[in-house]
Ligand binder design. Structure first.
Ligand SMILES: Nc1ncnc2c1ncn2[C@@H]1O[C@H](COP(=O)(O)OP(=O)(O)O)[C@@H](O)[C@H]1O
Ligand SMILES: O=C(CO)[C@@H](O)[C@H](O)COP(=O)(O)O
Length: 535
């Protein structure tokens, strides 16, 4: 292992195909970050007309992204790196991550095209006709309710499905999306020779052949048996005939899948021996990037907010998800996902803080812990956890009110979001104990005032990495780890000299007094909001 890591001339790349952008990060053999870059979909690829990286369809439930936008983003990112003088010949291994659950439908003949790419042309032009479905369903989609009901019925109920796959049926989970595509677009489905996740689609581009789905991201499909780590026959059959053939066999997340295709060698100067390590989901990759340990709780504040934990034994339930662990095949991770995260914070920033994060932060500083009893629920779109919609504000006596002052609105939003994250994490069995670290990541984790509220609500210190894109960092670590896995090197051995997360904020001394009570009230009011949604 020392020989793998000892040299600084080698570098390891981590990519992240997330909702709003494609990012890349390079580390050297000492784990120092030596390069970073990104492509923002909305602004740098405006021809695809996305908002926040997606298209929301007229039914407000269907949410997709153009698959060719991701391909073009990779062309652009690699060109930017070349323009910045990045030396691709130093890359010893690469890996990456993708927003979870999204699906890519490769058209018949695409594997042939992938294997014979012309290095004189970009990927975008050569892969134009390689997808049977041009708009990939993504994690924000909630249009597959019927398919979820059918899958649960076939599996013997929601809890049984959760015991097998780690989650009850969720609309964004890939199996239900595949089922919907098969039913609503039979011709395109018939034309499909392979289905990838966003992560394995991206790995396929680098390999020049279809990449396996890894166990960890594969756990977000309602198709994988998280204990046997094989596709579940019951779930496959309930989803689509012959689906195993379209998915390929799942593999451990640490697998070396092969070397980069000659396209990347000839066009960008990658070494022929540069290895491609299985790509995974962005949340599993973040777990690796933050080097999450048992007892820690991670809060990712990206487009979605997620809360995740390292767990040794799977205890699937009706809420939340259990995924195979991306760095230790014997372990698991538990995850909760909240759809109304950064985009809702941006909306309230625009309405109440003149579009400025500084003013948004000032509103948090200028208002008191507990917000004088005001509590808000801000579900701009149907939330995942809990399945509720609408904007609901309550005063200290639990009366619904129609508005709050702009500053109180900002605090109600952020407190409400974090009370919800804590409430549902506790329902999943998590409890804050002395020594608990909250590790924050994602775009909003650069905002110290937001992190102060997180710390106060959780009653625990909040730490961050120097970088807010831990999914990229984790992917670069995983690239390095993939190389040493065969010789038995553990992930924690590989990253033991990586920089430790830094303490950013501690809870205010009165926080526990305020938020322990408020959490109970929040839970009761959430019941009311849920009843309103479903009445
Ligand atoms: N200073 C800030 N304060 C709060 N939120 C921020 C700040 N800067 C960026 N963000 C949020 O970060 C989000 C992007 O996070 P990121 O993790 O990069 O998203 P993704 O990986 O899902 O594409 C933006 O939507 C924005 O709302
Ligand atoms: O659906 C989930 C997790 O289950 C989301 O967390 C997606 O993985 C999108 O991630 P971001 O782009 O918001 O980081």
């Amino acid at each position: 292992m020392a020989a793998e890591q000892g040299t600084t001339s080698h570098v390891y790349l981590g990519f992240d195909f997330s909702t709003q952008q494609l990012k890349v990060l390079a580390i050297d053999g000492n784990l120092d970050v030596v390069h970073q870059d990104n492509v923002q979909f909305d602004t740098e690829l405006p021809e695809f007309r996305t908002q926040g990286g997606v298209h929301i369809h007229s039914d407000r439930l269907t949410v997709t992204s153009p698959v060719l936008m991701w391909v073009k983003a990779l062309d652009l990112l690699l060109e930017k790196m070349r323009g910045a003088g990045f030396d691709f010949s130093r890359v010893r291994a690469l890996s990456g991550s993708g927003q979870q659950h999204g699906s890519v439908y490769w058209k018949r003949g695409a594997s042939e095209t992938l294997s014979r790419l012309d290095p004189n042309q970009d990927l975008f032009h050569q892969l134009q006709n390689s997808y049977s479905v041009s708009d990939s369903p993504v994690w924000m989609d909630s249009s597959s309710k019927q398919q979820c009901q059918d899958l649960q019925a076939a599996a013997g109920g929601a809890l049984r499905l959760s015991e097998i796959t780690g989650s009850r049926a969720y609309e964004r989970f890939t199996g239900n999306q595949i089922s919907k595509v098969r039913q609503t677009r039979p011709e395109q489905y018939q034309e499909t020779e392979r289905i990838s996740l966003v992560s394995s689609f991206a790995a396929s581009l680098f390999l020049g052949l279809y990449a396996a789905i890894d166990y960890s991201d594969g756990s977000g499909m309602n198709l994988l048996d998280i204990r046997t780590r094989n596709w579940s026959e019951i779930c496959l059959e309930a989803t689509a005939p012959h689906l195993a053939r379209l998915l390929g066999d799942p593999l451990p997340s640490t697998s070396v899948l092969g070397s980069v295709s000659s396209y990347f060698v000839d066009r960008y100067g990658f070494s022929e021996s540069c290895r491609v390590v299985a790509f995974t989901g962005d949340n599993p990759a973040s777990l690796a990037g933050m080097r999450l340990q048992p007892g820690d709780i991670a809060v990712s504040l990206g487009t979605s907010d997620t809360v995740f934990l390292w767990v040794q034994q799977p205890c699937p339930a009706l809420e939340g998800h259990v995924f195979c662990n991306p760095v230790d095949w014997q372990a698991y991770m538990a995850l909760l996902c909240f759809k109304n995260g950064s985009l809702t914070r941006e909306r309230i920033r625009n309405q109440c803080a003149g579009g400025s994060w500084e003013a948004f932060s000032a509103a948090l500083t200028n208002t008191v812990l507990g917000n004088n009893g005001n509590i808000g629920f801000y579900f701009d779109t149907m939330e995942i956890t809990p399945p509720a919609i609408g904007i609901h504000r309550f005063d200290k006596d639990d009366n619904e009110v129609s508005s709050l002052s702009p500053e109180a609105e900002v605090r109600a939003l952020v407190e409400g979001q974090f009370l919800s994250r804590r409430l549902h994490a506790e329902r999943l069995g998590y409890s804050i104990i002395p020594g608990t670290r909250v590790l924050a990541t994602g775009g909003a984790s650069c905002n110290k005032e937001i992190l102060q509220v997180l710390s106060d609500v959780f009653g625990a210190p909040v730490y961050t990495m120097d970088l807010s894109n831990s999914a990229c960092l984790g992917s670069a670590y995983r690239a390095l780890h993939g190389l040493v896995t065969e010789s038995g090197g553990s992930f924690f051995d590989v990253v033991k000299h990586a920089p430790e997360p830094q303490l950013v904020v501690r809870p205010h001394p009165t926080a526990a007094q305020v938020y322990d009570k408020m959490l109970k009230r929040y839970g009761q009011l959430e019941e009311t909001v849920l009843q309103w949604t479903h009445s």
